[in-house]
Design a protein around this ligand. Structure first.
Ligand code: SF4
Ligand code: ZN
Length: 735
């Protein structure tokens, strides 16, 4: 801890203790030792003292013991020569500060009857100061800290530069469902008074709680947290360790220090750190960066007022809660399987004629403004019905605990998240996404911005634990879309190759994926290191990470169990799982074959392979190739006939990356069976294809594979591969 802060906190603690001792002596003289003291109508005595020490102060004479404890807790003032560490003594000084302040405040209740409104949730005619919550208010409000209605509180000390700024900060905190506990003054101004001046309604019902005019009333906030732990967390009075940990883990509270930070403020801030509540200041005081008590930093300073709330939320690790998906159409799983066709289409993006690309990527915390959605380029209202637009959506995610490995998992959710909006259809992923928005949805006010709103809300709802902030940029002009496409492609490639070098043999656990069952109800992908999901967006590492993030989710570990057939890649564990997950529609599944028990295919597949019987070979075609293929069907026809989640021997959906994975179609002869692929796909995977061909001992194999430039029909393929001496011609018969 900064020496400046530690010494100031310790100085402040001494001053406050001194004041408490004076007040105690006076009260003892005036009222006698047996005089009852305490906060009104509570069974928790002076709650911080009670929670931490187990001592219930109910008479003036009880205070002596507490003051003695304070004296022991507060270290002597820090001298120039004292060395590190300062943290522990400063925290103790902070704790003693709270004890002393509770004593001061309980004596104030005895002496000054009109300072605080007693038993009232709102300011009264006489006073705006609410003082300590009685047990009725506490129970009613405290339970909200437990049931999630209120994640915690902001304790504000001091005042904003003006009433309008105060009102803005308060509103931002209210929007995050936080309580705002206010005390202390700065240059004669107080935050509570500023709110009143700005016409803001204060009191418990609006969660803007004006505890009192001085810094001492910080104890009403901390005392409230202590009572929550005792009343709702079942933590015994005196069990200080568990009380502190309970609050650190469950009460999202922090201190906003607005104005000059005095020694007394430092003492209170140090006290709050005991509960894991950090301080965020608007002045350039020294910072106290992570050292282990608060989740992240302890004191962060010099934060502008328009950023102070989001900074506090970040530092305290508060998770954003989005209750409802803010779109003008109905939203929910019921609409996931709905199609948008023909005449109903208002806007279409991707699906072959234009590009639609989705990319979820990591940014630094300060680069992301949570909830910001920008649409760059024409939107729904700028174009007539029946328009096709280019589309690139970049979701920029930041989080203290966010890992790059989580990117593909969030990104792959886009498909079912966007689909759940009524009148919006989403197919595919990565750079082969395909979105249609219906006329009915547009009539109700649906715009591209709402796609971003869905992503923001649902990422938070479903995956809030792994990230903190997300902002969305949607581009609809071709050149900007292509720029994003380039970056996204580099990122996809990087993700794909992470799996390189892992083999199915060394792994006992594969993963399932049933994310696509909303469209293809019996479809199950078994994802192994050497068989990436057919959408290309989920490899084994992604499935494993997805399972770790949500153990009940669509990716489950599958023990591969006994190997039933080495050539085709059939495993007892996989068969058992697929049988169950497909509702008995699929009994057994080969991981490495399109001929024998092939895996089912869903509409997301990047490529579809099909046999070419005359050639004794196999062709494969990717989604971008829209012309006729040598098997006599276009990609769309193939997808329509095999993409519904049934097993179709002779056809198989797979990812582009899978083509060069070593187990690709191993049971059917492997890569060397491939007799035709579209030219552009061949170019796209050329480097890996070449490498794999060398591994297989036929370095010029890529040149033996026919493409549309040399062969459009199966006969032409046969002629071409015969001329090239393609190895499939001499392999065992496919059928
Ligand atoms: Fe999962 Fe397979 Fe669908 Fe990809 S295609 S999301 S791996 S079920
Ligand atoms: Zn799918």
């Amino acid at each position: 801890m900064s020496k400046i802060i530690a010494s100031a906190a310790i100085r402040g603690a001494h001053k406050i203790l001194h004041r408490a001792e004076e007040k105690y002596e006076e009260a003892l003289d005036k009222f006698g030792p047996k005089q009852e003291v305490g906060f009104p109508n509570t069974a928790y005595y002076l709650p911080i003292i009670y929670a931490i020490t187990g001592i219930g102060v109910s008479k003036i004479e009880d205070m002596k013991r507490i003051l003695d404890i304070c004296k022991k807790l507060i270290p002597p003032p820090v001298r120039e020569k004292t060395h590190l560490p300062y943290l522990a003594p400063a925290l103790d000084a902070g704790m003693a500060t709270f004890f002393a302040e509770e004593i001061i405040e309980s004596i104030r209740y005895l002496e000054e009857h009109d300072v605080y409104a007693i038993n009232s949730e709102d300011p009264t005619d006489k006073t705006i100061w609410l003082g300590a919550a009685n047990d009725i208010i506490f129970r009613k409000r405290g339970v909200e800290f437990v049931d999630g209605t209120a994640p915690g509180f902001a304790a504000i000390a001091g005042a904003a530069p003006d009433a309008q700024t105060a009102a803005r900060i308060a509103l931002e905190l209210q929007e995050k469902n936080l309580y705002v506990f206010m005390c202390a003054e700065h240059e004669g101004k107080r935050f509570s008074e500023q709110l009143v001046e700005a016409g803001v309604q204060i009191g418990w019902p609006t969660r803007l709680v004006s505890f009192g005019p001085d810094i001492y009333q910080a104890v009403f906030a901390i005392g409230f947290a202590c009572r929550v732990a005792m009343a709702f967390g079942g933590i015994k009075p005196g069990d200080f360790r568990r009380n502190l940990i309970y609050n650190k883990d469950r009460t999202y509270a922090f201190v906003l220090a607005l104005g000059d930070v005095t020694d007394e403020w430092y003492a209170n801030a140090a006290g709050a750190i005991n509960w894991g509540f950090p301080t965020i200041a608007d002045t350039p005081i020294p910072q106290v960066l992570p050292t282990g008590i608060c989740t992240y930093e302890h004191v962060v300073s010099n934060i502008p007022h328009d950023q102070i709330v989001s900074k506090a939320v970040e530092v305290r690790g508060l998770k954003v809660q989005v209750a409802k998906v803010p779109v003008p159409v109905s939203y929910g799983p019921a609409f996931e399987g709905e199609r948008v066709r023909g005449e109903d289409i208002y806007l279409e993006m991707g699906g072959g004629r234009t590009i639609a690309v989705e990319w979820t990527t990591t940014r630094r915390m300060e680069e992301v403004e949570d909830g910001k959605v920008e649409v760059i380029g024409p939107d729904v209202m700028d174009v007539p019905a029946g328009t096709r637009l280019y589309f690139a959506m970049v979701a920029e995610v930041a989080g203290r605990n966010f890992q790059e490995d989580f990117e593909p998992i969030l990104e792959r959710q886009n498909h079912h998240l966007i689909n759940q909006a009524q009148g919006v259809m989403h197919i595919g992923q990565r750079d082969i996404a395909w979105i249609r928005i219906s006329k009915q949805a547009v009539e109700k006010g649906f715009k591209l911005e709402h796609i971003g709103r869905i992503i923001h809300a649902k990422y938070h709802q479903d995956f809030g634990a792994i990230f903190d902030k997300v902002q969305i940029k949607i581009y609809t002009e071709e050149d900007r879309v292509r720029e994003v496409l380039e970056k996204a492609k580099a990122s996809y490639e990087h993700r794909d190759t992470r799996i390189e070098g892992m083999t199915d043999e060394i792994i006992d656990t594969f993963y399932s994926c049933i994310l696509c069952q909303s469209f293809a109800p019996n479809h199950v992908c078994i994802v192994s290191p050497e068989r990436t999901g057919l959408c290309g967006a989920y490899n084994w590492l992604d499935c494993r990470a997805a399972y770790e993030i949500s153990p009940e989710g669509p990716n489950q570990p599958v023990q591969k169990g006994a190997c039933l057939d080495d050539r085709y890649g059939q495993f007892k564990g996989c068969n058992d799982y697929v049988n169950k997950a497909s509702r008995q529609k699929v009994q057994s599944v080969s991981l490495y074959s399109l001929m024998v028990d092939p895996m089912t295919t869903c509409g997301c597949c990047e490529c579809i392979a099909a046999i070419l019987p005359m050639c004794n070979g196999i062709m494969t075609v990717d989604r971008d190739y829209t012309d006729m293929t040598p098997c006599g069907m276009k990609f769309t026809t193939l997808a329509g006939s095999v993409g519904g989640g049934a097993q179709t021997p002779g056809f198989l959906g797979h990812s582009k990356y899978n083509i060069t994975q070593r187990k690709f179609l191993k049971g059917d002869g492997g890569l060397l069976r491939i007799a035709w692929i579209p030219k552009r796909l061949k170019e796209e995977i050329y480097d890996r294809l070449k490498k794999r061909s060398e591994e297989l001992g036929i370095p010029n194999f890529p040149e033996m594979i026919a493409d549309e430039a040399v062969a459009k029909t199966e006969e032409e393929v046969l002629a071409y591969i015969t001329e090239k001496g393609h190895p499939c011609l001499t392999m065992e018969s496919l059928i």
